[in-house]
Design a binder for this molecule. Structure first.
Ligand code: FAD
Length: 432
């Protein structure tokens, strides 16, 4: 019999918790990756860059496994069908995998666990993508935090070197199941094309010290662009947190803690993926003007910082955090378009798309979230521009026609008018 390690969003061999436990277990380990049809079928763009990234990553993983006499078994089907096939083809003793906290993943894992249980196969799951998960950092009464600052304080209180230690996987690489090369289906067999986007490299150490001064300026290379690697587990959170913890300056580590905070929130309040955390916000009478939405998506609103951000997103799959806050506020408050429309657009475009952080970030911006800015604090896109891109470097890069007033469109809505309208509409919804 074999053990199976099921890769999902933890696409690396080193310092991988579930894989470590599998390799230390009683059987040889067959590594498996499933291109989940249910997820792929929902993607709108045939050249979706995340699929290309996963594809290239698992191809590299397979090479690494071959160097150890093994190979990655890659299936393309629904998770349920793929597991039915595995059960037919292998005598499986144990299955190992890492926790995934998203509502879809939780449901999928329950189904697979039940399927395995029928054949008395144990499903072992581990924490891997965060330092603290689920109920590890909660209030004294055991309830989840809904405000970041006390969560952050408790997070540090709980931290010991143990939680930052790497799993020494490579010591046990002999325990991979030896097999000949298993064929990986081609990208086009999955119905996808190769994306032309560039993927950011893993580099973060150099920027931690200067992060506090540089991180708010979109024209400056002050942040890590590491979200994509965290999303798919091509870097270990323990390595990042350990490195960040060793610095005196904790601003960057605090951002990694925001990520865990939102994952914890999504785990405890799964409805926040699609509904407001504060239910009153679901009563807002959105305008939802489709033409305005289209102008926002294309970066043609007549507000240069909003337009620059959306164009950066459309052409690179990335947008700077400061600008994410500005475009999200503009959509939900100035245009009065349901934050979920924006959340879905980001989900389609962002390389680092992460349901927990995206829904969290959108709800923060719209004011409906756990730990949100009060709804009456409305960003002015022009003041944000003066503060965070005073020399218009970011604007020149993404909206070059801004310099020529005859070519740049007029604002699709007047901010002063929009501000008053937003206050009125939000107040009406919240005072019922
Ligand atoms: P760095 O500044 O170098 O930070 C390092 C890492 O810390 C990030 O990669 C991310 O994993 C984490 N992080 C940083 N800021 C936050 C934050 N505010 N909340 C949660 N985690 C954070 N982040 C995503 O990872 N995926 C999303 O889909 C996403 N959607 C967002 C939507 C909106 C409307 C807003 C306002 C923010 C969103 N964020 C999201 C948070 C943040 O903007 C990005 O994590 C950050 O810009 C990614 O760039 P970076 O990797 O260079 O980050």
């Amino acid at each position: 019999p074999v053990s199976i390690f099921w890769f999902r969003r933890d696409l690396r061999l080193d310092d991988n918790a579930g894989l470590y436990h599998a390799l230390k277990g009683p059987n040889k380990v067959l590594p498996v990756f499933i291109f989940d049809k249910e997820i792929l079928d929902q993607l709108e763009d045939k050249d979706d860059a995340r699929v290309t990234f996963i594809y290239e990553t698992i191809t590299a993983l397979d090479k690494q496994l071959q160097e150890n006499g093994s190979s990655l078994l890659v299936l393309y089907d629904t998770a349920e069908n793929a597991w039915a096939q595995l059960l037919r083809e292998y005598q499986i003793a144990n299955v190992y995998t890492n926790h995934d906290y998203e509502p879809y993943a939780k449901k999928r894992d329950d189904t697979i666990q039940a399927l395995l249980k029928k054949q008395e196969i144990l499903f072992h799951t581990f924490k891997d993508q965060v330092i603290f998960e689920k109920d590890e950092v909660v209030k004294d009464d055991g309830k989840p935090y809904t405000v970041y600052t006390p969560y952050n304080r408790k997070w540090y209180q709980k931290l010991t070197p143990f939680y930052l230690k790497a799993y020494p996987n490579s010591k046990y690489f002999d325990n991979f199941f030896k097999t000949e090369l298993l064929q990986i289906p081609a990208l086009k067999d999955l119905g996808f094309e190769k994306s032309t986007l560039n993927f950011p490299a893993i580099h973060y150490k150099e920027l931690i010290a200067t992060y506090p001064e540089k991180r708010d300026f979109p024209a400056v290379e002050g942040t890590s662009h590491i979200g994509l690697h965290l999303r798919f587990g091509t870097v270990s959170i323990r390595e990042l947190a350990r490195t960040a913890y060793e610095f005196k300056e904790k601003t960057w580590l605090n951002e990694l803690i925001w990520r865990e905070f939102y994952m914890m929130i999504l785990y405890h309040f799964p409805h926040t993926a699609t509904k407001s955390f504060k239910p009153a916000f679901d009563r807002i009478n959105w305008v939802n003007d489709e033409k305005h939405f289209e102008a926002w998506c294309k970066g043609e609103t007549g507000y240069p910082l909003v337009d620059a951000g959306m164009r950066e997103l459309n052409s690179t799959g990335y947008m700077h955090n400061r600008v994410r806050m500005v475009v999200a506020s503009f959509l939900s408050k100035d245009l009065l378009i349901d934050w979920r429309w924006g959340e879905r657009y980001f989900a389609r475009k962002l390389l680092d798309y992460e349901l927990a952080s995206n829904a969290g970030g959108w709800q923060w911006s719209a004011g409906s979230g756990t730990d949100a800015a009060p709804y009456f604090r409305i960003f002015s896109p022009d003041s944000q521009l003066k503060k965070f891109d005073p020399q218009l470097k970011y604007i020149k890069k993404w909206v070059p026609e801004y310099a020529d007033f005859s070519r740049y469109p007029k604002p699709i809505v007047d901010h002063a008018f929009a501000r008053e309208r937003c206050l009125k509409v939000f107040k009406e919804a919240l005072s019922v």
